[in-house]
Write a protein of this length. Structure first.
Length: 114
């Protein structure tokens, strides 16, 4: 980021990036998680830039959503042979969608999430 940006410009830039990251996570539901991998890397790379702002809650929300969803999908996949895995996969998918929607709503309202 350019050192001459004022706080408002920095915040708007970070908000745009956070929106893109939400879109990458949503795209991960359609790409088998490929864009979600890009999103989690971006979260960790840009984490320090939003520290101390209302956008920090969104980055933490996204990171937590990624790791818990990954765990749910892995457990669901492993247990599909006993059929309970399909239920776990469905619940994980719904929870993942819920987290993305709640996060995006809070982001569009310029407020922290969680």
């Amino acid at each position: 980021m350019d050192a001459t940006l004022n706080v408002s410009d920095r915040e708007q830039s970070a908000k745009r990036l956070t929106t893109i990251i939400y879109a990458l996570y949503a795209g991960g539901l359609l790409t088998g998680g490929l864009t979600a991998l890009v999103a989690i890397i971006m979260n960790y790379v840009k984490r320090d830039e939003v520290r101390g702002t209302w956008l920090e809650s969104h980055v933490e929300w996204q990171i937590k959503t990624f790791w818990l969803s990954l765990a749910g999908y892995v457990i669901g996949f492993i247990t599909t042979f006993i059929l309970i895995g399909f239920v776990i996969l469905l619940i994980t998918f719904i929870w993942n969608m819920y987290r993305l929607i709640v996060g995006l709503i809070a982001l569009t309202e310029n407020r922290p999430v969680g």
